[in-house]
Design a binder for this molecule. Sequence first.
Ligand SMILES: *[C@@H]1O[C@H](CO)[C@@H](O)[C@H](O)[C@H]1NC(C)=O
Ligand SMILES: *[C@@H]1O[C@H](CO)[C@@H](O)[C@H](O)[C@H]1NC(C)=O
Ligand SMILES: *[C@@H]1O[C@H](CO)[C@@H](O)[C@H](O)[C@H]1NC(C)=O
Ligand SMILES: *[C@@H]1O[C@H](CO)[C@@H](O)[C@H](O)[C@H]1NC(C)=O
Length: 376
Amino acid sequence: MTPAHGIAVIACAIAVIAAIRDSVADSDEEAIRFLQTYGYLDGDNVQTISDNATLALRHAIALFQEYYRIPGDGVLNEATLEQMRKPRCGVKDILNDLDDSPRKWAKTHLTWNFHLASESVLRVTEVAFEIWAANSSLMFERNSTNPDIVISFRKDFHTFVDPRHQGSRICPSLLEGPGNVLAHAFLPSSEVSEVHVDSAEKWHIELTVNPDDTIHLLHTLTHEIGHALGLHHNPLKDAIMYAFVLSKTFPVRLSEADFLAIQNLYGLRNKSEIAGPVTTTVTTTTIATRDTGNSADLCALRRVDAVLVLENRISVTMAGKFDSEIFGIVCPKDGLLEQLRALLKRLAQMRNVFSSEDDLEEEREEEEARKFSHSV
Ligand SMILES: *[C@@H]1O[C@H](CO)[C@@H](O)[C@H](O)[C@H]1NC(C)=O
Ligand SMILES: *[C@@H]1O[C@H](CO)[C@@H](O)[C@H](O)[C@H]1NC(C)=O
Ligand SMILES: *[C@@H]1O[C@H](CO)[C@@H](O)[C@H](O)[C@H]1NC(C)=O
Ligand SMILES: *[C@@H]1O[C@H](CO)[C@@H](O)[C@H](O)[C@H]1NC(C)=O
């Protein structure tokens, strides 16, 4: 080998190593940006290269992997990057404590408008609202005078449409062209909630199955309206509130998780003789015991988010930190009451540990149980 060759080989090797290092750094940077955007990583955690920053990044990657059930153990692998690159909703998966309080509208009759929309966009939007109305006490009506929910096509850096929006006129979130973020929405507020739909996407604006290279507007709108009503992301793939877009998005229908989430906020419409939902929130850090069988023992559940009693069925949603499971239990009439009593007792016991108003709570719960024994 001549010296010239040797230098060429070395130069080449250095270039390859540099390229590998660059690509690692690029994907790290991409992951950091993603994890910060969606609430997995604090903004200021990884400014400096330190052991702590590496640890924080690893922890954030592990959280993301746990939320979406991707194997990886905190290591940024191909499957994880691939998931991060899929088209999705721009709203955070993990809310920080400040955002965590439940936000809902104080009324059940809400108005909406789609700013500068065509007839076909309006028709699709109407159907999206109907999907939520069919499964809750909510009623929706289009009204362009001071609507509660304002939807618009936006792109790149953009402004809010409605002057009632408090604070800056500039939306803090970017819509970065095709792919990535498809749309984002704001939780209910006292005045107006906006939904911004990325006009750079190739939208399918019909009530039919969409061609592969398009995004179904009905599906995206139904998801974003969920946020505008106060719902958060759900890691279950069949939920409308799942953040990513899967290949099959039509027909659009609520999953049981969506149904329970909207019931939890607004209840059912008053038309049949249905028992109202019992809702309760318990904050414990206990890891959930999982059991999806029909015969699940409700008393064994350690952390319960919402309980819905509908006809002769008890549905319970549970959220571990990054996980949620649904139990649907169909009981004979007597069995239902028994299960419900046991569950309320169990919840009361849990409250005893975590609340100082135990007695009041317990009384209230026994009162609920008594009410149910009348209605069952
Ligand atoms: C790393 O974190 C620990 C505990 O949070 C802290 O005491 C320490 O100062 C941090 N080190 C650096 C270099 O930030
Ligand atoms: C939502 O409402 C529709 C129409 O009434 C109904 O067919 C569907 O079963 C409901 N969804 C759930 C999850 O109950
Ligand atoms: C729209 O809302 C305005 C103000 O809230 C109200 O006066 C008007 O009657 C509504 N229009 C329709 C068609 O409901
Ligand atoms: C449903 O009915 C109850 C009792 O009849 C009533 O208090 C409540 O206001 C009704 N809710 C709605 C949304 O109409």
